[in-house]
Design a protein around this ligand. Structure first.
Ligand SMILES: [Zn+2]
Length: 604
């Protein structure tokens, strides 16, 4: 997006030319039905359409789309909104990212709708884009690095499509280049491209093959650099730090190029490395995504991050094939991701990989062209994770039934426990019994014990999922409200009592009014732009703001209730009836408040 023309001076607002706003134009051309059904399958339900909610794990559909109102709502998790909020949440994009994507889809040019000032975030995107171009250009002049990529099996098209580049082994080449392009030290450092020292700034990436990481809209948000000449001291892979545009728990490598194919083929293939991913795409498996540069395969990373990343894929399809490296670390990462994926209601298959072999090796076998027969066979022969683990356990153990029983209890049954449906559990118990000759009743007894042991872990995953969607919704509403406040302040005639709105917001957040806009610092331009194009022609702004406030309050009360329920659980475990009673009363009070908000909504 170019940032030159600014067509809505804030002081005029949008009231008069609302119909010219990009939001209105896009909504005119794209129906909610069209947009949502390009992501998930919708079924008729009277005048509405319904589906299983893409934003939470459920078995019966409670996600409804209303073509008349141009909106959607989920009765299970409370997700709701229009085509813009849908694309934002589904794709993990910010408003401008969603605007760009939908404008492209609707065939509407965006040039005229940009605000005059480039925001901090837009600068970050631009500096990352410049760096990517710089690295790409370096690679064009580096025969050695090109040869390396070719010996690894990459063809020229893949190198170009994935925008692979090279960072020369020097201290300040990129830094100097970006300064010449007009970026400040602060901007370059904020993008994670340089580090500060006593002697000034120096480049973070040196002597590395550079893989840009894109968000699902295709914007460069980070880099992963692979060491070119191993000096034995430097890390093999170096990733960008977290920045305002790079959140490690909300990005998978290659998702921007894989999402269409994942949707079409109704399954995804998850690999560990960039090389694995690019070669898999090159071999025709464009539904491949990778964990590299993200948190999924790192065992020190929180469950929340894994849940968040797998949640991104689950929205596209619940079917996932894990193809991790054939070593101990790979197996551990695969098991961890597999367990969490199962508990998120996904169908998980595993590709059997020989010790010391990774997908890149397998694909390069017999050439890495579009056929890649070894890779094709491996994916075709992938097995459900429980079957896979069962086979492995039976292969590795002797004929000692007691020993086999113990191994199955430790290595296989915990995965059965993660399954959501009782029918599926019964199916696998039978299968395990058939193959191991252990009676079903004995397996069921063991499974019950495991259910007790893993109760806490399962609850943790559920809570992570809930708190993530709650956090997302809270942030989303807060951002919208902050934008409206900032925007209204720029107008002479305000459609809203701004100070009162701030006060209400402060009450909900339990902070002082002065701190309400604290988190908006640095992104005011973006927020005003978003509010203006979104609510510029809104005759019911006051009502909409009231609704947002009550939704936000509900999210906070729900969060408080979840916290209290945890305390209640602990007090009960500790056998403290007095404390339990007290907490129970508090829970009931919170519950009443939540019900009041819900009832109020129904009356409208
Ligand atoms: Zn939902």
């Amino acid at each position: 997006m170019s940032s030159s023309a600014g067509s809505f001076p804030p002081e005029q607002g949008l009231r008069n030319n609302y119909m010219n706003s990009p939001v209105a134009k896009i909504k005119e051309r794209l129906s909610i039905e069209e947009v949502v059904s390009s992501y998930i399958k919708l079924d008729r339900a009277g005048v509405n359409l319904k589906a299983k909610c893409p934003f939470h794990n459920e078995k019966t559909p409670s996600f409804f789309v209303s073509p008349d109102r141009g909106s959607y709502y989920c009765f299970g998790c409370g997700a709701g909104g229009d085509i813009f909020s849908f694309v934002e949440e589904f794709e993990g994009l910010d408003f401008k990212g969603a605007l760009k994507l939908l404008a492209d889809k609707a065939g509407i040019p965006l040039e005229h709708f940009n605000p005059k000032e480039e925001s901090d975030k837009e600068k970050l995107y631009r500096v990352m884009e410049e760096a990517a171009k710089y690295f790409e250009n370096n690679l064009l002049h580096n025969k050695e690095a090109q040869n390396y990529l070719k010996t690894r099996g990459l063809n020229e098209k893949s190198i170009k499509d994935f925008r692979i580049g090279f960072a020369n082994l020097d201290w300040r080449l990129l830094y100097n280049y970006l300064v010449k392009k007009g970026f400040t030290d602060k901007e370059i450092e904020a993008a994670g491209l340089t580090k500060a020292s006593d002697k000034g700034f120096y480049d973070r990436f040196r002597g590395r093959v550079m893989f840009p990481i894109m968000d699902s809209g295709g914007r460069v948000i980070a880099f992963s650099g692979r060491i070119f000449i191993d000096d034995g001291k430097s890390a093999k892979y170096l990733n960008s730090p977290e920045t305002p545009v790079f959140n490690k728990s909300a990005v998978l490598y290659g998702l921007d190029k894989a999402k269409e194919s994942i949707r079409k083929n109704n399954f995804s293939i998850l690999v560990e490395g960039q090389m694995d991913l690019i070669l898999s795409h090159q071999a025709g498996y464009k539904n491949t995504i990778a964990t590299s540069g993200t948190a999924l395969s790192d065992t020190t990373i929180s469950k929340e991050s894994v849940v968040s990343n797998l949640g991104l894929v689950r929205r596209l399809t619940p079917n996932i094939v894990l193809a991790f490296d054939g070593d101990v670390a790979g197996a551990n990462a695969s098991n961890r991701a597999g367990r969490i994926a199962l508990s998120l209601g996904m169908d998980v298959k595993v590709v059997a990989m020989q010790e010391g072999v990774d997908p890149a090796d397998l694909i390069s076998q017999n050439g890495s062209g579009a056929s890649a027969p070894a890779w094709r066979e491996a994916i075709k022969n992938s097995k459900h994770i429980i079957e896979f683990l069962l086979n492995k356990t039976l292969e590795n153990s002797s004929n000692d039934t007691r020993k086999i029983g113990k191994e199955i209890k430790e290595k296989v049954l915990p995965f059965v426990d993660m399954l959501g449906s009782a029918i599926e559990k019964a199916h696998f118990i039978k299968k395990i019994s058939d193959q191991s000759n252990i009676p079903e009743s004995a397996l069921k007894d063991d499974l019950q014990k495991i259910e007790q042991e893993l109760k806490y872990e399962k609850r943790e995953i559920e809570e992570a999922e809930e708190s993530l969607s709650g956090m997302y919704r809270k942030d989303y509403i807060l951002r919208k409200l902050s934008g409206i406040i900032l925007w209204q302040r720029t107008l002479k005639e305000q459609a809203l009592d701004v100070e009162n709105t701030i006060k209400k917001l402060a009450d909900i957040l339990k902070i002082s009014p002065e701190l309400v806009l604290e988190n908006s610092k640095g992104s005011e331009g973006d927020l005003i732009f978003e509010a203006e194009v979104f609510y510029g022609g809104d005759a019911d702004l006051k009502k909409d703001v009231e609704e947002m406030l009550s939704n936000l309050e509900e999210e906070y009360l729900k969060e408080e209730l979840a916290r209290k329920m945890r305390e209640l659980y602990l007090a009960e475990e500790a056998g403290d009836p007095q404390k339990s009673n007290q907490i129970l009363k508090e829970c009931q009070l919170l519950n009443n408040q939540i019900q009041d908000i819900k009832n109020g909504r129904l009356k409208k």
